[in-house]
Design a protein around this ligand. Structure first.
Ligand SMILES: *[C@@H]1O[C@H](CO)[C@@H](O)[C@H](O)[C@H]1NC(C)=O
Ligand SMILES: *[C@@H]1O[C@H](CO)[C@@H](O)[C@H](O)[C@H]1NC(C)=O
Length: 279
């Protein structure tokens, strides 16, 4: 019951490298790992599976979505076709192969899974100062990724988790507004600066050096421009004022017309009709 057959699907050769994620983690620390799934699996059960050696296509289910088992919490977020796995108090013996998995159903049917490795170390080769950053729409955020001396010459990247688009050292304009700039001081850390943040930039990223990764969650808070725009009630009130002013002017006109052209009844009637239309 606790073991399920896992078959890892490699749709393209690029899927292989993508599945070779190795997370660099610190002893005693916590981690939250994003697991993306296809929209068609929105109704399926998700789980987090472990096998120390990853020698076989079998693994031990540590927790199902929306449950907590010991130090593992799995939370499904169907709106983002994503589930997250949080593990706390990581120890060296927690190192090994894990799978983000989607249950397909049948007893002998293989589930769909993505494999990743966790490497827990008292002195991790790659780490981040903050694994959760937030910024307002239009503003910028910076993330500092740290690496050990052994990784000085490795390729440093900042990758979006959902589609695995990566940015390397230098500046890249992602679209009209947001831009990603990565600068590597060469002294044990590289800085990622994301400027002109957009709502669509929110989500999960990876700080990467060589084959090691560390997840970072970017949260985009509401923009400043939204706060100053008047609430709907104000414009309704304004409309009423304008309407009342127009009516008042028209009524004054009507009175003037009546007093100056008391004899001309046809004109009076016209003014009267216009007033009725307004109400
Ligand atoms: C898990 O919780 C999320 C959000 O609370 C909910 O939308 C989802 O349907 C739940 N999934 C399961 C399998 O219970
Ligand atoms: C990015 O945009 C800025 C400002 O619009 C421009 O100065 C810069 O040359 C662009 N860089 C690239 C790599 O396209």
């Amino acid at each position: 019951m606790l073991c399920r057959l896992i078959v890892i699907f490699f749709v393209q050769s690029i899927e292989w490298t993508r599945s070779q994620k190795t997370l660099s983690l610190q002893t005693g620390a916590s981690v939250t790992v994003p697991c993306h799934y296809h929209l068609k699996y929105i109704q399926h059960k998700k789980y987090w599976c472990y096998d120390a050696s990853s020698a076989y296509n079998y693994c031990r289910i540590l927790a199902y979505a929306n449950t907590t088992q010991e130090k593992v919490t799995v939370s499904d977020n169907p709106a983002q076709s994503l589930f997250t796995v949080s593990m706390r108090d990581l120890q060296k013996e927690n190192s090994g192969a894990y799978w983000c998995a989607v249950e397909i159903g049948g007893r002998y049917e293989a589930d769909i899974a993505e494999q990743l490795y966790l490497r827990v170390d008292s002195d991790p080769a790659v780490s981040v100062l903050e694994s959760r950053v937030s910024g307002a729409e239009g503003s910028s955020v910076s993330v500092q990724c740290l690496y050990s001396a052994a990784y000085k010459k490795e390729v440093k990247k900042w990758c979006r988790s959902i589609d695995w688009t990566c940015y390397t050292v230098g500046r890249t304009n992602t679209s009209q507004n947001s831009a990603v700039q990565i600068s590597d001081g060469g002294e044990g850390s590289f800085m990622v600066l994301m400027a002109g943040l957009k709502k669509t930039d929110a989500g999960w990223y990876w700080c990467s050096a060589g084959y090691l990764q560390v997840p970072v969650h970017l949260i985009i808070s509401g923009s400043a421009t939204r706060a100053v725009s008047p609430p709907a009630g104000v414009s309704v009130c304004l409309l009423k004022t304008v309407l009342c002013s127009v009516v008042l002017v028209l009524m004054m006109c009507a009175v003037l017309t009546v007093t100056s052209k008391r004899s001309c009844s046809s004109h009076m009637k016209n003014t009267h009709n216009s007033l009725l239309l307004l109400f």
